[in-house]
Design a protein around this ligand. Structure first.
Ligand code: RRO
Length: 291
């Protein structure tokens, strides 16, 4: 293992993080992922008020991935207690809000309690939250500034469901983001031919998993051209070769989500491949595909 890696103001144990929303709902589940080889963890998104989420079904497995429409379920401020046992660990708290003021409020709860924040400007099926904000450059800049001005390292997670993700990344950078995370899920749906209606209770959801890996690589590549802050690749990563490809596109670190559901040992397995004696020199490969 390479030893500590500093990305966007946060010190990680290696280049691999747990992606937001996956198992990151309790302190115990986050600790378990860290004990299993992750270099850092991102929590489930926490918002200004407790939320139950969308009516079920909330998840459907498809070829190459999963479509979810959880609907931002979260305990809001009560989540702060979950971090007590994780002090000093590389824990990034994902937060969401509907306005810059809400982002500032929620961000403030985690000052001194987390390594950093990941602003969720990108949920594809959250009315008034998520991608509704993350597809408007002015709102992205304002929400980023509101949270980042508190002085906690602030990453901004973007949606791939926009015409020009580089424009959105540039707005986050202007707002003071320390890094960009690309990407959240791809808006998608499934229809049951037997029932003749959409499978998910919310009808639409977000596709994650192997199917979206090339989409994520393209987004990271575009952002690397437009931004000078670090980029963290997220979307369908499940092998060490995927990590290397993300890095070549421009990622300084990588988040892993859906693949963890199949295999909790995935961080250690990928790290063994990535850092074996003939393995990567990350500093040398990040962005090399742009040469
Ligand atoms: O909770 C969700 O339904 C959800 C969120 Br907040 C998100 O950012 N991305 C996603 O696919 N699902």
């Amino acid at each position: 293992y390479p030893g500590p890696v500093e990305v966007g103001g946060i010190r990680l144990k290696n280049h691999l993080l747990l992606a937001a929303g996956i198992l990151g709902t309790t302190g115990a589940s986050l600790a378990r992922i860290l004990a299993n080889g992750a270099g850092g963890v991102v929590t489930k998104s926490i918002g200004p008020n407790p939320k139950e989420g969308h009516p079920g079904p909330c998840l459907v497995v498809v070829d190459g991935g999963i479509i979810n429409a959880m609907g931002l379920p979260n305990p809001s401020a009560a989540f702060v207690e979950e971090l007590t046992a994780l002090q000093g660990e590389p824990v990034v708290v994902s937060i969401f809000g509907g306005t810059p003021e809400e982002f500032r409020t929620v961000a403030g709860w985690f000052a001194g309690k987390a390594s950093g924040l990941e602003l969720n400007l990108s949920c594809p099926h959250a009315e008034g939250y998520g991608a509704a904000i993350g597809s408007d450059p002015a709102l992205v800049e304002e929400c980023t500034r509101a949270a980042a001005s508190l002085g906690i390292p602030t990453w901004v997670k973007l949606t791939p469901n926009v015409a020009d993700i580089a424009e959105i990344g540039a707005a986050a950078e202007r707002g003071g983001a320390d890094a960009i995370v690309a990407v959240n899920t791809v808006k998608a749906m499934r229809i049951s031919t037997a029932l003749r209606r959409p499978v998910l209770g919310n009808r639409f959801g977000g596709l994650s998993g192997k199917a979206i890996f090339p989409v994520a690589v393209r987004c990271v590549y575009d952002l690397y051209e437009a931004c000078s802050i670090p980029i963290i690749g997220c979307g369908g990563v499940s092998t060490a070769d995927n990590v290397v490809e993300m890095m070549m596109a421009g990622a300084s670190a990588v988040e892993i989500g859906s693949a963890v559901i199949d295999e909790i040992g995935i961080f250690a397995a990928i790290a063994d491949d990535l850092y074996d004696p003939d393995g990567i020199d990350a500093d040398e490969i990040v962005g090399c595909a742009h040469a």
